[in-house]
Design a binder for this molecule. Structure first.
Ligand code: AGP
Length: 611
């Protein structure tokens, strides 16, 4: 998704801007650009469609230098990914803007500004911002005052960075619906849409709040809140190691992140388990009292996080006896919802900035839910800040667009939530919590065993090299695991993959099965195993090729038309966490064989901060 970097210093800031963009590259983008005010006080820019490497090449041929600048990676929403639509956008060669988000009233603003004589050179919604600002600057003569006026006329979401030749002593920022963070240096300051972009230059950050405007100078930062009042925002020291943004010896971030799962699952458990029970306080000091009142759970999320929510529904209902509904955020936010009394509203998100999930949370606040809770990987994100309760997963930065370690840590957090709710409401069967806590402690070891099957799975992946379609089957909690497996395969290998609850096969999809349609199945040894085996027979009888990930004791055998991958034995409740791993590895190896861009698959973005 779009990325912003800005800097004001007493040195040439071009390399800082470009390095910042590179650090945001993993989020996905299709064009990039940079603008500086040069030594002669002129506003200059370079923009390119395609990768940052293209922009870099242009900069080596036509260099730029300056002490004040802004840069951007764009993921096209309004207007194709052409150079003329790339940011920064200019007005009158004296004002430059970069923008994340979407301006909803851009059509009306464009007409109004064209009426005032402004000429538009792009198809973007962003260009209205820069001309509107220019119009206000002409009137007020002051950039900060102009920005304050202009944002009052913008409807939609924005994270903005602004520079002008008229006042080259400041870098301006405004946030509404799109995150922005100020990086504090010594005699120099920075701005970005994600602190990751600035960790090369500082570890002290100020996170702008919704509605904030900031005037960033070399030696001073002034902030005004949504009501226009001057405010002090606390500076936060960042601690996590910068090495997280490094692939190490792995060929791709995705592979590195798959292999990090035993460690990050361990971290997600740390400090949250007592000898034989979950520490409910891990969800916040008020959690125990609040959880005791919960009679229903509504989960809302997108993509992989939604699949985690679907697994949690099985857990919440079967272990804690709590009715649970799960819905994708983009549907929930526009639906008229009937809220059951005492319902806990739960969002799940790796980034904490997914626009649909955030909008769902905001709309839920007016609907009478008991409280909101987020399971999130980014402690400083909007979802975390805007929820009543939170449990942070400890996956660390996830760079690969395909979510892997974020999913398994979300599942761990959701199982902790299930046990905490069951404990607070005294609805767990005797001994269940102690048994699952013991199993959770063993989970990192089991995950390590699943990862050790990497070479076997790499071999299985060869079977997919010439395939264009694939079915994934699972039953019970393994159905969402199959959905997640299918999502991984399609997003990084571009093979068309669909997941079905295995019992649904005979109601339609069986018609698709033939020798060219591999059927991937996850089959732990549980009470649905015999039913699942019958479903597999239905596939074999139609000449379908089976790839089965099954418990060694499942009684499924390798043979004609069936490739069996034996999984370590695991408690049925934790099986969805373990069985996810081979499916991640399978997608990864198929994508490598197909030669796709594994970490940045086409058309996708890491953090979807637009609707
Ligand atoms: C996962 O592989 C995806 N790229 C995508 O579905 C992702 O899970 C979704 O966009 C939600 O993101 P979030 O967890 O950051 O909210």
């Amino acid at each position: 998704m779009c990325g912003i970097v800005g800097a004001i210093a007493e040195r040439n800031i071009l390399a800082i801007l470009i390095e910042g963009l590179k650090r945001l590259e993993y989020r996905g983008y299709d064009s990039a650009g940079v603008a500086v005010i040069d030594e002669a006080g002129r506003l200059e820019r370079r923009r390119r469609s395609g990768k940052i490497a293209e922009l870099d090449r242009t900069l080596s041929e036509e260099p730029l230098s300056g002490r004040l600048g802004i840069a951007h990676t764009r993921w096209a929403t309004h207007g194709a990914p052409f150079e003329r639509n790339a940011h920064p956008h200019f007005s009158g060669n004296e004002l430059a803007v970069v923008h994340n988000g979407i301006i909803e009233n851009h059509v009306q603003l464009r007409e109004h500004l064209q009426g005032l004589g402004y000429l538009f050179t792009s198809d973007t919604d962003t260009e209205v911002i820069v001309h509107l600002l220019h119009h206000k600057l002409e009137r007020t003569g002051d950039l900060t005052a102009a920005l304050k006026e202009a944002i009052g006329e913008l409807h939609g979401a924005y994270g903005l960075a602004v520079i002008s030749t008229r006042q080259p002593d400041r870098l301006l920022a405004a946030r509404s619906g799109s995150p922005l963070v100020i990086g504090l240096g010594h005699g120099e300051n920075f701005l970005a849409s994600d602190q990751l972009a600035l960790r090369q230059v500082t570890d002290r950050f100020i996170y702008l709040e919704e509605g904030d405007i900031a005037e960033i100078r070399r030696d001073q930062v002034n902030i005004w809140d949504a009501d226009g009042k001057p405010v002090q925002r606390e500076a936060v020291q960042y601690h996590e190691g910068a090495e997280a943004a490094d692939k190490g010896s792995y060929r791709h971030f995705m592979l590195k992140e798959i292999h990090e799962q035993p460690v990050v699952v361990q971290r997600t458990l740390e400090g949250r388990l007592a000898d034989n029970h979950v520490l409910v306080q891990a969800f916040g000091p008020e959690a125990a009292e609040l959880f005791a009142k919960v009679r229903n759970v509504q989960i809302v999320a997108c993509g992989t996080s939604y699949h985690a929510g679907m697994v949690a529904r099985y857990w919440l209902e079967s272990l804690a006896g709590i009715p649970c509904q799960v819905e994708v955020a983009s549907e929930f936010r526009y639906r008229k919802v009937v809220v059951q009394p005492d319902t806990l509203f739960v969002t799940i998100s790796q980034s904490g900035e997914t626009a649909d999930t955030l909008a769902a949370l905001r709309s839920a606040k007016a609907l009478g839910y008991l409280a909101s809770l987020t399971i999130c990987n980014v402690g400083t994100s909007s979802l975390v800040r805007e929820s009543d309760l939170r449990l942070l997963t400890q996956a660390g930065p996830e760079i690969g667009v395909a979510s892997t370690k974020a999913f398994t840590t979300q599942l761990v957090a959701l199982l902790l939530l299930t046990l905490a709710l069951g404990q607070a409401r005294s609805s767990l069967a005797d001994g269940v919590e102690a048994a699952l806590v013991a199993e959770l402690r063993r989970l990192p070891t089991r995950l390590g065993e699943a990862l050790a099957m990497d070479t076997t799975i790499e071999k299985v992946a060869e079977f997919f090299a010439d395939k264009s379609h694939c079915l994934f089957l699972g039953r019970g909690t393994q159905y969402p695991v199959a959905m997640e497996g299918a999502l991984k395969l399609k997003e990084i290998s571009y093979i068309h993959a669909e997941a079905y609850p295995a019992g649904e096969l005979k109601h339609g999809p069986l018609a698709l099965v033939d020798a060219d349609m591999p059927v991937v199945t996850v089959a732990p040894n549980n009470e649905l195993l015999e039913k699942l085996k019958s479903n597999l027979q239905e596939v074999r009888a139609r000449g379908g090729e089976l790839i089965v990930f099954a418990d060694g004791e499942a009684g499924i055998h390798n043979g004609l038309g069936t490739q069996l991958v034996k999984m370590p034995h695991i408690h049925d409740v934790l099986a969805p966490i373990l069985y996810t791993v081979p499916l991640q590895l399978l997608s990864y190896h198929v994508a490598v064989l197909k030669g796709t861009d594994v970490d940045q698959p086409r058309n996708l973005a890491k953090s979807v901060t637009v609707e």
